[in-house]
Each structure stands twice: as structure tokens, then as C-alpha cells.
Design a binder for this molecule. Sequence first.
Ligand code: C2E
Ligand code: MG
Ligand code: MG
Length: 397
Amino acid sequence: MLLDIDRFKQINDTRGHATGDILLQQVAERLAATLRATDTIARLGGDEFTVLVENATTIDEISTIADKIKNAFATPFETESGEVFTTTSVGITIFPFDDHDRDELLKNADVAMYHAKQERNNWQLYRADMNVNTEDRLGMEVELRRALERNEFQLYFQPQIAVKTGKFIGMEALLRWDSKALGRVSPAEFIPIAEDSGLIVPIGEWILRAAAEQCKAWERAGLSPFTVSVNISAPQFRRSNLLQVVSTVLTQCHLDARWLGLEITESSIMKHAEQTIQTLIDLRELGVAIAIDDFGTGYSSLSYLKRFPVNKIKVDQSFVRDISSDPNDAAIVSAVVAMSKQLGIKTIAEGVETAEQLAFLSRLECDEYQGYYFSKPIPAAEVAPLILSHQLKTTSA
Ligand code: C2E
Ligand code: MG
Ligand code: MG
């Protein structure tokens, strides 16, 4: 069995390494108290423990032991910095049932643990078909590490339009990855891996710089300036140097801060709301605009919303999709727009695909929209022609 302590890194980061050390010792003690003297317990490194159970013969026995291990984490751990709550994810492989090769044992347990980790606080028995996904994911991480130096990333841009006037307001920058080994991979697949592995930090910096340079290039080319909004991932947002990174990029690109927007998801803003407020205030003081992305999918405390210095709320596309047929979705969007107006915050709807949806949003007095109805995300080179032809249309209309 391979055990990994859930959220250990986070505990280490927030509570300090001394607490992390004590936690590891206590986990070892609890495991020793839970298992039999004939079982072997070892710490492989980091927050990973291995347990070798030699006298279990049935799946029932094995699952009982796994449940006991899980339950050993049910009560909080006492550390010098107070109680720590955590859980464990356990991967289990059976020798020689799963594999005759002893070297494969740990690898199989690791694969099963990785699957257990997806839900946390649970255990999983190894299955041969688990390998496929894990190898995909590991392979993707390996490729992702090389993607920056190999120049495999590119930014696409999707226009944002004012509902009332039809005027062009800005662009959202969206990352695209053309991997030499894997082909085009969707951000929905690789962004979570980049976040888990920490790679999102250097990649995110590249995105900010590329977006700012592109925005400046458009300004130089004589397109009337507009905002370019960049998505900021939770790990990027939590790092203390985001302000510094943003201001350095702006200076180096000679870009006025008001042309840069940041999109931060509701869940990453709300997770550490108190610490978040200061970061948001600092960014606003710098002059960049801030939008809360995927609004409605996380949980928002309305009292925080009042205190957050955000410019815009982005209504999640899941509410927009059926806005004209589902009265609940319509009611939610209508309430979000009304509340934002009261708070002096603009609203933008994402994922607008039909004229019907747009008409509905217009009735609700949503300020802006974005979606396939106007344009899919497009490469930078296609932006100028699109804007120019759109301006011709709106001025002649
Ligand atoms: P998001 O920031 O909420 O981006 C909106 C997603 O909706 C984009 O998917 C966009 O292509 C898609 N979309 C736009 N209009 C429509 C529409 O009318 N209908 C439908 N069905 N979809 C529409 P994409 O580009 O695949 O990105 C997915 C997510 O990946 C983004 O969600 C964002 O969370 C993340 N992501 C993308 N680029 C970046 C990036 O540069 N940095 C970070 N940190 N995350 C990114
Ligand atoms: Mg976004
Ligand atoms: Mg979104």
C-alpha cells in the first residue's frame, strides 16, 4: 500500500515546516498503532508512506485494513501550531495477483494512489486499465515541461462586445498548446496539470508578457487601444509576487496598466478571501482591471463581494447556455446583473452562442458579452481584420 497525505504541501506552506514534521511523526505513530507488528511501515520520502501487509489473503481482509488506515486519520493531529485535519489517499496492489514482477509493485501502487488522490480520503485497488490515464498524464507533464523552450504555446484572442452598442471593448487571451509529441491539447486538459505541477507559474508569466506585448503591438499599429484580459490561475494568484510580476511586465512592455485585465476565478478569490483582498487592492492600485471569472460556479460570500475591488463579474457559461429556456438560469443571471449594478460592478456573459441568448441578456441589461456568436477565439493575426470589418459594420449601420 502506498499512502500519501492529502494537502500536505499546503499544510507545510501555511502552518510551517515544523508542523509538517510533527504531522509526519504522528502519522507514523498512528500507522504503527493501527497495523500489526508483522506489517512493515516505511516512509519513502516526502509525505509518502509504504505499508507492506504480508498475511492478508482475501480482498475483504485487505479492504478492512485499508479502512482502518483511513479511519486513523479521522481525528485531528495535535501539533504545536494547533490541530491539523488531514486525510490520506491510499493505492493498493496485490502481489502476485496484479503482477509477478516485484519491481512493478511500487509502480502499480503509485498508479492506484494517484487515482485515489483524485477524490482524496479514499483507497483504490490497482487495476491494469488505470495505467493508461496516468501514463497519459505523466507524459503530458513531461511534454509540458519542454513546451516553453520549444515555443509550443500561442495565445488566441476572443473579442468582448458591449451589449447595448455592439462596440468592441476588449479581448480575452486564451492559451493554445500545439505539442510536437501530442498535437493540439485543450487547455481544459493541460491547465490543471500545469497547476498541479507548479509549471503554471513560469507559463503564466509567459502568458502575461505575450499578452502585454501583443496589446502594445496593436496599439502601435494604430488600432484604438482596448483591454486584453489574461486568466490567472489559483496557484499564480496565491503567490506573493504576482503584483511584482505584473508591474515588471507592464514596465518592460511600456504598456499602460489600464489596458491589462486579469480574470481570476470565483473559487480562487473566495478560498482565502481575507488574504485575497489585499492582493486585489494592490493590483487595482497598479491600475489593472479585475474580473471574477466563472461567477456562479463557486460559492461567494456577498459581504466579501462588497469589499472586493473588482471591476467586472463574468457570468459563467453554464447559466448562459439555457438562459432563454430555463427560468432558473434566467433568474440567476438576472439577479447577478441586478446585484452587480447596485455594487457598481460591470457584468459580462460568457459563452454566448445565439442571437436569442444575446437578446435575453440585452433585456436583463447585462453590460457585455463574449462567445462564438460574435467570434471564436482567433490567432493574433486575425484580430485586426476582424475589428476593422466590425467597425465598418457598426458605423455604417
Ligand atoms: P475561461 O477563462 O472561462 O474561458 C472561456 C472558455 O470558453 C474558453 O475555452 C473559450 O474558448 C470557451 N468559449 C468561448 N466562447 C464560447 C462559446 O460561445 N461556447 C462555448 N461552448 N465555449 C466558449 P478554452 O480556451 O478551451 O479555455 C478553457 C479554460 O482554460 C478557460 O476558461 C481557463 O480557465 C483556462 N485557460 C485558458 N487559457 C488560459 C490561460 O492563458 N491561463 C490560465 N491560467 N488559464 C487558461
Ligand atoms: Mg477567462
Ligand atoms: Mg470563464
